[in-house]
Design a protein around this ligand. Structure first.
Ligand code: DC
Length: 216
């Protein structure tokens, strides 16, 4: 791979895009960026400072301070941080600052897998491969519940489903860079597909593009 190779993965929360991104990055030896963590880092900073999530100038400052090489998944994966992230993600200047950092990351050799909401549409519109990974809200809620229970916790299915639907609405309904499939994205619906099958389907798509690229 001479010029950086980019795989863009978008989709709603809980569709399995994070796992898919990790599998593809490992398999093709590409860098990996979960762009959700960058929005989570901004939200986490505001929560830590006790500032409202619509404080634009504080959010911009936090966005400028985001260091892609130092994103603490353990701290940032908290449910409340995800909720808050989808609120700061509506601020256009915050998006611009983070998108710039994400683009620099994508261009570093040998290339990268980036997952998020606007990778194929805004961050890397020229990505070699664009995948849109989705699943029904019910399936995503069921998976989330199973995950919570496997960690010894308990939760209510209806509450989780309502949370997911609210987050979808915010991510798909915002004016700036809403979640939607790029026109040239391959759709992968994981509602009735195990992640392994999704990985194999994605691999077939990537291998075909790589074969053409190596011939050119
Ligand atoms: O994927 P995640 O749950 O970590 O994302 C948290 C929030 O960040 C999500 O609800 C919307 C926002 N986000 C975004 O607007 N654009 C991205 N590329 C990634 C995440």
């Amino acid at each position: 791979m001479s010029t950086p190779f980019t795989i863009a993965i978008d989709g709603p929360a809980g569709a399995g895009k994070g796992t898919l991104a990790r599998r593809l990055a490992d398999h093709y030896r590409l860098n990996l960026l979960d762009t959700g963590l960058t929005y989570r880092a901004v939200a986490h900073k505001l929560l830590e400072l006790g500032l409202p999530l619509d404080n634009v100038s504080a959010a911009e400052t936090a966005a400028r301070q985001v260091d892609l090489s130092n994103l603490d998944r353990t701290v940032l994966s908290a449910h409340a941080v995800g909720e808050a992230a989808s609120k700061v993600a509506v601020i256009p200047t915050v998006r611009r600052i983070l998108v710039e950092k994400q683009r620099v990351f994508a261009k570093a050799p040998p290339g990268a897998v980036l997952d998020g909401r606007d990778i194929g549409t805004v961050v890397c519109p020229d990505a070699d491969i664009k995948l849109y990974v989705t699943a029904s809200a019910e399936v995503r809620a069921r998976r989330r519940l199973a995950e919570i229970e496997s960690m010894g916790g308990s939760a209510d299915f209806a509450t989780i489903l309502a949370d997911i639907e609210r987050r979808d609405e915010r991510d798909m309904g915002r004016a700036d860079s809403p979640l939607k499939p790029a026109a040239d994205a391959h759709l992968l619906d994981t509602s009735e597909m195990a992640i392994e099958a999704a990985f194999l389907a994605a691999m077939a798509i990537v291998d075909e593009v790589l074969a053409k690229r190596n011939k050119a």
